[in-house]
Write a protein that binds this ligand. Structure first.
Ligand SMILES: CC(=O)SCCNC(=O)CCNC(=O)[C@H](O)C(C)(C)COP(=O)(O)OP(=O)(O)OC[C@H]1O[C@@H](n2cnc3c(N)ncnc32)[C@H](O)[C@@H]1OP(=O)(O)O
Ligand SMILES: CC(=O)C(=O)O
Ligand SMILES: [Mg+2]
Length: 367
């Protein structure tokens, strides 16, 4: 049941006369890496045409990380890049085009939308909205997009993606996901969220060595504990609770969860770990801030050949899907079959756009 203030019968009605019909289901388009670039940065902008086809999503960022006096240049730069770049954005494109608009209380957001939608609305797949606090923020964007789509004569709705980066947004995560049929997904915004929660960190995503649990102190034969003895510590994941809540809220509403930024660009190993944790917990993709994070995201958010080989064996062994079977000493039944089908479906979607993966998954059959 949608959590919109609209009644169920009106939930899928266009919000402006002449606006396209809302979608009944969010398309499952591959989006392993959402690659951020600043369209006002000439060196970055020059790299975008050659990145088309190598990354699932290119996102022209207009918000944080774009200097205040470059906001207009970023907006117009994004229009120019979209217009001049072949194969970028739109329902058939291999590389989607997204943008992150400025915050709803900023002086720039209205012009972001009124510039982009008329000029490149037919190419824009998703508008990412930062610092979303509740359903009311989504309703505001929903109505403006409908009006601009109607005026531009667009024939398909632009989807909306919210960044979860305030404590109130977290508290309202379920209602945000269900606020509009435009909702495509959520990303974790660990930097702003940490600040808003008054967490005592200074990083953009990732873990922290101080957030740990320690092995119990040893006890000697007399029952005395030695707290000063050497003990192992285990670093914990600061983001586990948040990502797990986000995944549940998205799954409940049929939309897609994403990890967000990993700011330590040099630490490709920890980046891969953070991405993999998110993948295992249910996220479909992540952000890439630097070209070298794209390959990491593509690798992590594509099921491994070994996992697909195993998943296909379970599917074959389960026949009509009922009952229980033993495979390699393990019990398989309807519930493990469903997990395997998630992997197999994802592999099929990715194989359709990634020839290298298609070959790797096809080789399983031949082996
Ligand atoms: C908390 C948040 O909101 S996160 C989201 C907002 N932040 C962002 O979007 C950050 C995007 N990324 C960046 O700004 C940059 O990658 C930085 C600042 C992190 C690092 O930039 P640099 O110091 O220039 O990195 P580096 O020297 O390794 O870059 C190598 C080349 O890749 C280019 N490059 C770097 N990042 C990108 C990018 N995101 N997209 C395309 N090209 C890029 C550089 O321009 C440089 O080009 P050159 O070889 O022609 O000189
Ligand atoms: C993603 C983002 O905007 C943040 O972490 O603040
Ligand atoms: Mg932020």
């Amino acid at each position: 049941m949608p959590t919109s203030s609209r009644s169920a019968k009106d939930f899928f009605r266009p919000l402006a006369v002449g606006a396209p019909e809302p979608l009944r289901e969010v398309p499952a388009r591959p989006s392993r890496a959402i690659h951020f670039f600043d369209p006002s940065n000439e060196k970055m902008a020059a790299k975008i045409p050659q990145m088309v086809g190598t990354v699932d999503v290119l996102l022209g960022n207009l918000e944080d990380a774009v200097k205040a006096d470059s906001k207009e240049a970023a907006r117009t730069g994004l229009v120019r890049i979209a217009q001049d770049t072949e194969g970028l954005g739109g329902p058939e494109a291999k590389t989607q085009l997204w943008t992150r608009i400025n915050a709803l209380d900023s002086p720039w957001v209205l012009e972001d939308l009124t510039t982009l939608i008329p000029a490149i609305g037919h190419q824009l797949d998703v508008v990412m909205v930062p610092k979303v606090q509740g359903a009311e923020d989504i309703h505001y964007v929903d109505r403006i997009l409908a009006q601009l789509e109607a005026r531009a004569g667009l024939d398909r709705p632009i989807l909306v993606h919210a960044i979860l980066e305030t404590a109130r947004g977290m508290a309202n995560v379920e209602e945000i996901c269900g606020a509009s049929p435009r909702m495509q997904g959520l990303s974790l915004g660990p930097a702003d969220l940490a600040a808003d929660r008054r967490m005592k960190t200074t990083r953009v995503g990732g873990g922290h060595p101080g957030y740990l649990v320690r092995q119990d102190p040893p006890r000697d034969d007399l029952g005395v504990t030695h707290v000063d003895a050497e003990r192992r510590t285990f670093q914990q994941d600061l983001w586990h609770y948040t990502i797990a809540r986000m995944v549940d809220a998205c799954a409940m509403h049929g939309i897609y969860p994403y990890y967000g930024p990993f700011g330590d660009i040099a630490d490709t190993v920890a980046c891969e770990d953070q991405f993999r944790n998110a993948f295992l917990l249910g996220c479909v993709g992540t952000w890439s801030l630097h070209p070298k994070q794209i390959a990491i995201a593509n690798r992590v958010f594509s099921p491994s050949v070994e996992d697909i080989a195993h998943a296909r064996r379970v599917v074959a062994a389960m026949g009509d899907g009922t009952g229980a079977v033993m495979l390699d000493g393990k019990m398989e039944d309807d519930a493990s079959l469903k997990q395997c089908l998630v992997m197999v479906e994802l592999a099929e979607q990715l194989a359709a756009i990634d020839p290298e993966l298609a070959r790797a998954y096809a080789a399983i059959e031949e082996a």
